[in-house]
Design a protein around this ligand. Sequence first.
Ligand SMILES: C[S@@+](CC[C@H](N)C(=O)[O-])C[C@H]1O[C@@H](n2cnc3c(N)ncnc32)[C@H](O)[C@@H]1O
Length: 258
Amino acid sequence: MENYLSGNLYSNTADYYDYDNRDIIKDDLDFYVEYANKTKGTILELASGTGRVSLHVAEKTSRHLECIELSKQMVNRFKIKLETTHKHLRDKINIKIGDMADFNFEHRFNFIMIPWRALQYLPEQELTIKCLKCVYKHLEDKGLFVFDIFKPRKYDETWLGKEDISYDITKEGKRIIRSTVNHYADTIKKTIQYKNKYKIIEGGGERVIEDMLTYKYYEHEDIAGILKSLGFKIQEEYGYYDKRDIKDGDEMIFVCSK
Ligand SMILES: C[S@@+](CC[C@H](N)C(=O)[O-])C[C@H]1O[C@@H](n2cnc3c(N)ncnc32)[C@H](O)[C@@H]1O
């Protein structure tokens, strides 16, 4: 498997990423602000995408952010926002095109975050470990590292081929139907693939654009074991951004220190 898959960088679908209007895309925003506020100094965000979380955190904390993102298409969307709707945050945010598994700064950070399952876009465990080692190296001794991954489901024949509509909205004269189409699961390597599909209906015509997303998934014991082996301590863990017990939610959110 190639290390970096163009699907995982939203090469075809980046322009549609911000149409998502589901609660799960809003519920994490203040969670990251809350933990950022427990620290001071410049914040590091890995795989910052179109700046969905970065812009909110910069606005609410008035802190400076360093953002790393590998997809040129996602960075392009982020930069457009900084030039238009979020001009006032231009001086607070610095975006670098780079790999979350291999980055280097001269200084360390008190707060590092990887929101919205982005760590799982590293499709192999060795890359996750590389990334977490880089995070450890860049985290101040009393700093916090917060990230979220999804809780694995059952990837059997009922999962395969299933299409689920995530949302169906009409905006700016376009009807956009976003769905996921389950494509492949490797339960030994613990990876799944699904198509990130957008059907766009506009001016009497329709077109479909899609990217194949490949996720590495982790059972709780897998990720907790990796964190521990690298020297992280799990300070808090939750099943959703409302802080419900980790056993009860669809997410696994970790607040870690050294
Ligand atoms: C689900 S999106 C999350 C984006 C953003 N953090 C958010 O919460 O909206 C995952 C992001 O990871 C980025 N990505 C994938 N592989 C990456 C890598 N190796 N290094 C940096 N970013 C990567 C993708 O381009 C995408 O923007």
